[in-house]
Design a protein around this ligand. Structure first.
Ligand code: IVH
Length: 695
């Protein structure tokens, strides 16, 4: 330290200076990791390491409370309970966008034509450059940073005055509390707070289990979470954020940045630590707008969040200024919609369905309705409590939601449409399929049929599950055939499958001798299997493929698994008390052991032996996506090989994807990989990778 600094800045006492420096270092480290994890979707350290450093910071701050500042990563949930939300006048109004409800290509063409007309361009003038973005279905937010610190978050409100929700927005991990050096002293970032579908489903599932209020859709859940008075509640409802614009910012005259295009501004926001959607791209002219609308529309179901359209914005900020506004809407932007994911229709009846585990699900039979791009005639009502809570009755006009690849569901009743008295729906006391008692266990929201494998519905599902591709892989044993076999009482238990003869098969309607022979051949082939496939095929509650693999790896033989105590089962990777207990109970039942013995007696066999050495996990932590048809390997074989090497095999391509393995006729996933710069391999490349000689 120089003499001068001794004079000018009184040094902190030694025991203060050290913790302050240490605290800063820990915060920087945590912020860096959090940005990689939450914003870039690219975790670089194990969660345990993050937690360890987080706790170290917490302990230091607890010992030095005077060093705690609101922008510390420990201060995201401060448990602030407000009495009401204060009003905030926006420094720059938050505008809305003109909505183009023509969901066809003509919607985009009309916008481009309007922009060109208003700019006075003729046909010979060059095409306009736009930025095309998804239209996120959440709620607009304005984030105000002063000197690189988040000081205020406000909802849109009426565009002029919104509500102060800073305490809640601080809980969103994707929103930085501090910004890197070099950002303008005043910066307002505008964007959308939303809830990812998976987070929404998990939240509703949790609420349903606890008998709490469920949310109609991710947007409502997000809006409710943002407007909580208690930020502790918001913190339990995981929210996400995408930036798409600016509010007030230090002007260039005062040293603020000069942006020439909207795209350049978005890229800068990304550098400053804000999440910007990967789909955002430049589109030139109406043709590229149309292509974007179609491409994003085709991948809409696969996106992890809801969108209700796309937004086109003129890229040049000078042209934006030239175009200006019409009342509250900019002339340089438009929202181009997709068909709605929620529609109203009438309930014509309520049936119940019996699932593989006996769960009885009430299903609404609907007047056909076009929603989320398909015609829907059935929608789940989940369980009796959901029906009661929503007050659904036959004849009601309800709102049906179909988003993503999920089963359509009834989310609510349109008020005031009921005419006359309709009795409440009642759960049947007996299973509609087998007549066994229907019960609801204490603390459970679901009703179940007690018939077990005596119940034809459960038997059918159990057989289909056993025969499934990733279980015993019995080709040709589909639901039509299983229906016939169970209804004709030819098959009562799983081993009966292997006792099928040509005569009983040909006796079935529409079964030619050739197909019967194929089924028998497939059954014969399936007898040579693996322990994980067999275990998974038994369809034990809570035992998915991954758990079946873990069990097989840990114990090596089926007998060891069947004889294991709960304690021994708990030693298996990822097996918790619920799974251990359910496995133990299953194999304690003589009739279940009998099924296993009979299957073995029929010739079902797999290699057994001492616990297999785990293959070297050379792809641990990597995510791989398979697409198209590989020249020699089946999709499943490739998946098994990748998983054995520790890779996670995912269904869709994102920035997180480590490799895409593409075969013939690879489509949008390959295109997406190329767009994101994800390495693409063919089968040979994949094999090289697995052998440790590849990329
Ligand atoms: S830009 C001047 N971009 O849609 C334009 N808005 O009425 C200001 N929204 O409530 C908004 N995705 O919350 C813009 N990529 C996007 C958007 C988007 C969703 C919402 C926004 C606002 C509404 C526009």
């Amino acid at each position: 330290m120089t003499e001068q600094s001794d004079l000018f800045s009184a040094p902190a006492p030694a025991d203060q200076a050290q913790p302050a420096i240490k605290i800063k270092a820990l915060r920087d480290q945590l912020n860096h990791w959090a940005h990689q994890y939450y914003v870039l979707d690219e975790p670089t350290v194990p969660d345990a390491e993050y937690d360890r450093v987080f706790r170290e910071l917490q302990a230091l701050e607890a010992a030095h409370p005077d060093l705690v500042t609101p922008d510390s990563p420990t201060q995201r949930v401060i448990g602030a309970v407000m009495e009401g939300l204060a009003s905030v006048r926006h420094a720059v109004p938050m505008l809305s966008i003109h909505t183009e409800t023509d969901t066809e290509a003509t919607g985009a063409q009309a916008f481009d034509a309007r922009v060109r007309r208003e700019l006075g361009l003729s046909e010979s003038d060059p095409a306009i450059e736009y930025v095309a973005e998804p239209k996120f279905d959440g709620l607009a937010m304005s984030l105000r940073y002063e000197n690189g610190r988040l000081v205020q978050a406000a909802t849109r409100g009426d565009g002029e005055v919104g509500e102060d929700v800073t305490h809640n927005i601080r809980t969103i991990r994707q929103i930085p509390l501090t910004l890197p050096g070099g950002v303008p002293p005043l910066l307002e970032v505008r964007g959308e707070v939303y809830m990812r579908r998976a987070d929404f489903d998990a939240l509703n599932e949790r609420q349903r289990e606890q008998g709490g209020k469920t949310f109609v859709n991710p947007r409502n859940a997000a809006a409710g979470a943002v407007r909580q008075l208690d930020s502790g509640i918001t913190a339990q409802r995981p929210l996400s954020f995408f930036a798409y614009g600016l509010g007030a910012i230090t002007p260039p005259g005062d040293g603020g940045p000069v942006f020439r295009t909207h795209y350049e501004m978005l890229q800068t926001l990304k550098l400053w630590g804000f999440p910007v959607a990967a789909q955002v791209q430049i589109a030139v002219g109406a043709t590229e707008l149309v292509a974007f609308h179609q491409r994003v529309g085709a991948s809409r179901d696969a996106l992890p969040y809801d969108i209700d359209g796309v937004v086109y914005k003129v890229n040049s900020l000078q042209l934006q200024r030239d175009l200006g506004f019409k009342t509250r809407e900019p002339r340089w932007a438009v929202a181009h919609k997709y068909p709605a994911q929620e529609m109203a229709t009438k309930i014509e009846g309520i049936d119940v369905q019996v699932g593989r585990t006996g769960k009885i699900t009430p299903v609404a039979r609907l007047a056909p309705v076009f929603v989320g791009g398909v015609t829907v005639t059935n929608a789940t009502l989940h369980n009796l409590f959901e029906i009661r809570k929503k007050g659904v009755r036959v004849g009601d006009t309800v709102i049906v939601r179909r988003a993503g690849d999920v089963i359509p569901e009834v989310v609510g009743v349109m008020p005031g449409k009921r005419t006359g008295y309709v009795p409440n729906f009642r759960m049947p006391a007996a299973c509609p399929v087998c007549g066994s008692d229907v019960v609801r266990e204490k603390g459970e929201a679901n009703h179940r049929c007690t018939g077990g494998l005596f119940c034809a519905a459960q038997r059918k599902e159990a057989i289909l599950h056993f025969a499934a591709r990733r279980a015993m892989d019995i080709e040709g044993l589909g639901d039509k055939l299983v229906d016939q076999l169970v209804d004709a009482n030819v098959i009562r238990t799983l081993p009966d499958l292997y006792r099928l003869g040509l005569t009983s098969l040909i006796a079935l309607e529409r079964m030619a001798e050739k197909s019967a022979q194929n089924v028998l051949a497939a059954l014969e082939k399936s007898k040579q299997t693996t322990l994980p496939r067999f275990l998974f095929g038994l369809g034990l509650r809570h035992v998915g493929e991954a758990t079946a693999k873990d069990l097989a790896r840990h114990f090596g033989t089926l007998d060891a698994i069947m004889d294991a105590s709960v304690e021994q089962l708990l030693e298996v990777n990822d097996v918790g008390p619920v799974v251990a207990q359910s496995l133990h109970t299953f194999f304690q039942q003589p009739h279940n052991r009998e099924v296993v013995e009979q299957l073995r007696a029929c010739g079902v066999t797999w290699p057994e032996g001492p616990v297999a050495e785990r293959a070297p996990q050379i792809l641990a932590g990597k995510t791989v996506v398979l697409t198209g048809t590989l020249p020699t390997l089946s999709r499943d074989a490739a998946k098994d090989m990748l998983e054995a090497a520790g890779a996670k095999v995912a269904g869709s391509v994102s920035k997180k994807t480590s490799y895409v393995v593409a075969g013939a006729e690879a489509g949008s996933k390959l295109a997406k990989a190329e767009e994101l710069g994800v390495p693409v391999l063919d089968e040979v490349g994949m094999l090289a990778l697995l052998s440790g000689t590849g990329a």
